[in-house]
Design a protein around this ligand. Sequence first.
Ligand code: IVH
Length: 671
Amino acid sequence: MQDSFNYDELVDYLNELARAYYTLDQPLASDAEYDRLYRELEGMEEAQPLAIRPDSPTQRVGDVALSGFTQIEHELPMLSLSNAFTDTEVEDFYKRCQEGLGTDGDVQICAEYKLDGVAASILYENGVLVRAATRGDGQTGEDITSNVKTIKNVPLRLLGDSIPARLEVRGEVVMPKRGFEAYNDRARELGEKTFVNPRNAAAGSLRQLDPRLTAKRPLAFYAYSVGVYSDEFVVSSHYDLLLGLESFGFTINHATAKCTGIDELKAFYERTLSQRDDLIFDIDGIVYKVDSFSQQTTLGFIARAPRWAIARKFPAQEETTTLLDIEFQVGRTGALTPVARLEPVFVGGVTVSNATLHNMDEIERLGIHIGDRVVIRRAGDVIPQVAAAAAPLHGERGAVPELPTHCPVCGSPVERDPNFAVARCIGGVACKAQRKAALIHFASRKAFDIEGLGDKLVAALVDADKLHSFADIFRLTIDDIASLDRMGLKSATKVVNAIDVAREVTLARFIYALGIREVGEATALSLANYFGDLASLLAADRELLLKIPDVGQIVANHIVDFFSLPATRQLIDDLLGVDIQIAEQAKLEEVETPLENLTIVLTGTLSTMSRSDAKAKLQRLGAKVSGSVSAKTDVLYAGENAGSKLTKAQQLGVEVRDESQLIELFGEYGV
Ligand code: IVH
C-alpha cells in the first residue's frame, strides 16, 4: 500500500513519521523504512522540482551556505525576564501581582521550566514556516530560517484545520545534554574545539552559516509563547496558549503546571530543582507567568520585562576560579590523568577544589597555563570539568603544564603512544598507585562487592604493607585492619565479615573484578555467558574471543594480552588458592532469552538484590536494560523510593511493576 503513495501523501506521511519520532517520542516506523520512503520522495522531487512543497522533509536540509546573516526587525519586541534568586523575591513578585490586580485572593500562575538555550522566533504564514530569527537585542535579530528548518521537531507546516493566517511562535532552541556530551566527546577525539555548555552549543549551532552543519547537531525547539498572530487564533490564558501550540505540532513542556498561592509556587521550584539533573536538557531556573491574558494586560510591563512574569534562577552550574596547579593521578591501568587543583569555588551546589582534565590533549586544546582563570562546570553527578581557560586578569600567565617523564608515584618511565591521548606508567602492579586502584576496583560494588573495603581502607592497607595482591584480601585478619589508624575492632570485624560473604562470587563478577582493560560489566557478563567457567576463558584465543557479540578486535587483544602475562597467571593461581567459590554459569546457548526485544528500566532501591545483579539477570534473559525511561521502555521495575523515573513512566503510560514481580520473573526462568 505504501508503494502507491502519490507525492502529497508521501510528504504528509513522512512528516507524520518525523513528528511521531521527534515530537511525540513514539516511533511509528523503522529508520530503514523512513530512509526508503525519503529516497522515494527525493526521486519524485528530482523529476518534478517545481512541485516541491515547502513543508517537504527534504526542505529541512539547506544546501547553500550564507555569507552572513540578514537582520530582521521584530514586529513585537522580544522581551526579557526579571530574575528572582530567593523565596522572598518570589513572594514579592506574587504580592505585586495581587496589588496590580487589586486583589488579595489567589492569582493563577503558570510555572514552567526556564530552558537554558537560545531564544528563537518562528513565523508561519498560512500555516507554512516562512521565517525564523534570533532574539538579538530584542528589537532586531538575525535571520536563521535555514538553520531553524533543520531542527527536527519544528513543524514546517502547522497541523490542524483552523490555522491562523499569521502566527509567530517563540521558544527556546536547546541541545539536550546527551547530545552535547556526545558532541564534545567526539570533538575531543578529533582534537577540535569543544563547547563550554549545552547553551553555547545550541547558540554555536544556530549561528552556523552552513545549515548542513546545523542539521547534524541534535537540536530541539520548545515553544513557550507567541509574538504576532492574527485574530482567528483565540486564547485567553498562557496555559491554553501552550495547548494550542501543541495542537499545531509544537513540542511544549509537559512539566508546566498551573499553581495557586505562594506555597504551590515554592513547591514547584523545590520539585523541579530536585529533578534538574534527571532532565534531558539543561534548565537554569523556572519561569512564573500570570496565566490569564487579561490579567497580564492589566499588569503590563516595566522597561523591557513584563510585570506578570519572573524567572526564579537555580544555583549556577558554572563558576570561574584560579588554576593553582596541575597534578597527575595514576589509575588502575597506569593511565596518567591530569587533575586541576583549584582555588575552591562553590558550583553546582558543592565546593570544588579539583577538576579532571582528562589527558594532555585536553590541556593543549584548552590552551591552559598554570595560574589561569578557568571556568568550572559541575552539572549533576558528573565530575567537575574545566570547560575553558583564559589569562589571569592581572599579571603574567604561568607555565604550560608538561607530561612528566616518570611516574609521580613509583618513578617508572611514562610512555605515550603518539596515536593516543593517554600516557601510562609502565610500572604495572609494581606501582603502588596502580595496585591500589586495581584493589579498589576488585572490591567495588559491581565486582566482589566488599562492603567497607573502599578507597581509603585499601590505600591504608597497601601503605601498611598488608595488601599486595587480590588474594591477600581473603587473608586479611581483624588484627591487620584494626591495627590501622582510626580503625576500631568493630569496624574491622565488619569488614572481615563482608570479605567472608564475598567469597562466593559469580563468574561474571570475577572476570569484571580482574580489571582487564575495556572489559566492563557487560563484556564480563558476555564472557561468562559464553565460556561458562574460568578455565575455558583462560584457554581462549583471539579467534574464539572474536566470536562473542560484545568483543571486538581491541577488547580481544586486551584480554589475550592480559591472560598471557605471567604476572596475571600468578595472580589468578594465587586467587584460586584462597577460599573462594566461583559459581559456574550456564552457557548462554543453554539459556532461553524470553525477554528478547524488551527494553526494561530499573529504579529505586531493591531490598532482596542489588540493582546491578538484577540488571545482569535481565540481560541474561535477553532484555535490553536502559538507564532512562522513554516511550520505548516496555516495563519499569520500581523499588523503594523510586523518583522521577517512576513519574515519567506513569506520564508515558509505561507498565510499572514492583520487586515481587521481578523476583517472580527470575524464579520462573531459574536465574
Ligand atoms: S518567556 C516576556 N519562558 O529566558 C517573556 N522565557 O530573559 C519572555 N527562557 O532569553 C520570555 N525558558 O529565551 C520565557 N519558559 C520560558 C523560558 C524563557 C527560557 C529564556 C528566554 C529569554 C530568557 C528571558
